[in-house]
Design a protein around this ligand. Structure first.
Ligand SMILES: CC(C)(COP(=O)(O)OP(=O)(O)OC[C@H]1O[C@@H](n2cnc3c(N)ncnc32)[C@H](O)[C@@H]1OP(=O)(O)O)[C@@H](O)C(=O)NCCC(=O)NCCS
Length: 291
């Protein structure tokens, strides 16, 4: 088995997606002849891999056995913050140290970063690897279900409007204040791939979030009041008939749990937000990949 950098190629992006689908138990939709049909999520997964390979070529690694990808790690460095976007190993090879080797390579990309952040799956093997790498595991909740619009009747007095590329400096400033590092080039990717960006920028404070269908993807704000307003607005814009999903809430994000309860979402637990050298940013809901 060898561990080599992921290449900026369609073949490598597809290989990373396939090993991730196998590791998470989400097999690709297959045609009758057995070839995979890429759906929108698959296309985005591959585009995300290529984006990260371009911004962080030293952070993205694939484990190969007999010419076949059996594991992958994608990581990125943003202004002194190291982030892990993906760590997966083929189920047939799990528990044999491949994950440890991939994580070591990805972590070497973060050398010199005082802070680290990742959203961990519920996998006990992942929890073991991350804790042994010095991360504090913050158990995470998720909110899910149909939005009860009766809980959203009062829009509040803070204006929120759709945002775009003209606001990248504002987004980066909010990110730096919250987590000490901007998302930088990742905002371009999120703007292109998520349905909408919502921005609040008033004397009361600033903040933003992305919404994609029913999912609220990333939310950062300079105050809980702004964060509550943004989350309520994002949930109000979830299309009728689509379930909402808000993930990666640690106990520090009770303001978001309360909004979820107001609109009838169901609270559950899932995985961890794992942090090194920092406390959970508040009010902040990370994106699972760009964090
Ligand atoms: C998480 C994952 C990447 C780890 O890769 P791996 O190759 O299986 O990991 P390793 O073999 O290097 O290490 C796993 C460790 O957990 C331990 N472990 C495995 N299963 C375990 C379990 N059920 N309970 C407790 N520990 C467990 C192993 O003994 C090993 O510890 P050790 O090296 O100290 O002995 C891989 O299991 C995976 O792809 N899981 C599914 C996808 C996923 O959840 N990815 C993480 C996303 S955050």
């Amino acid at each position: 088995m060898i561990i080599r950098p992921v290449r900026d190629s369609a073949a490598d992006a597809a290989a990373v997606r396939e090993v991730a689908a196998a590791a998470f138990g989400r097999p690709d939709t297959a045609r009758r002849d057995g070839t995979a049909v890429p759906d929108a999520r698959a296309v985005r997964h591959e585009a995300r891999t290529r984006h990260l390979v371009r911004t962080d070529p030293q952070g993205c690694w694939v484990a190969e056995d007999g010419g076949r990808a059996v594991g992958a790690a994608l990581s990125l460095r943003r202004e002194g913050l190291w982030l892990l976007a993906l760590l997966v190993v083929d189920p047939a090879l799990q528990g044999k140290g491949v994950g440890r080797l991939l994580l070591q390579r990805a972590a070497a990309h973060g050398r010199g970063c005082l802070r680290g952040m990742l959203c961990a799956s519920p996998s006990p093997a992942a929890a073991r690897r991350y804790r042994l790498s010095g991360f504090t595991l913050h158990p995470a909740m998720q909110l899910r279900g149909p939005v009860d619009r009766a809980g959203l009747q009062d829009p509040g007095d803070i204006p929120v409007h759709p945002g775009g590329p003209g606001q990248l400096h504002l987004l980066d400033s909010v990110d730096r204040r919250l987590r000490g590092a901007a998302h930088g080039p990742d905002h371009g990717f999120m703007l292109a791939h998520f349905e909408e960006l919502l921005v609040a920028d008033s004397l009361a404070g600033s903040g933003y979030c992305y919404r994609d269908g029913g999912e609220v993807k990333l939310l950062a704000a300079t105050s809980k009041r702004i964060a509550v307003r943004l989350l309520r607005e994002a949930l109000a814009r979830v299309p009728e008939g689509t379930d909402a999903l808000v993930e990666h809430l640690t106990a520090d994000q009770e303001w978001a749990v309360d909004v979820g309860l107001e609109v009838g979402l169901t609270v559950g637990t899932r995985g961890y937000v794992a942090l090194r050298g920092m406390r959970p940013p508040v009010p902040y809901l990370p994106d699972g990949a760009f964090l």
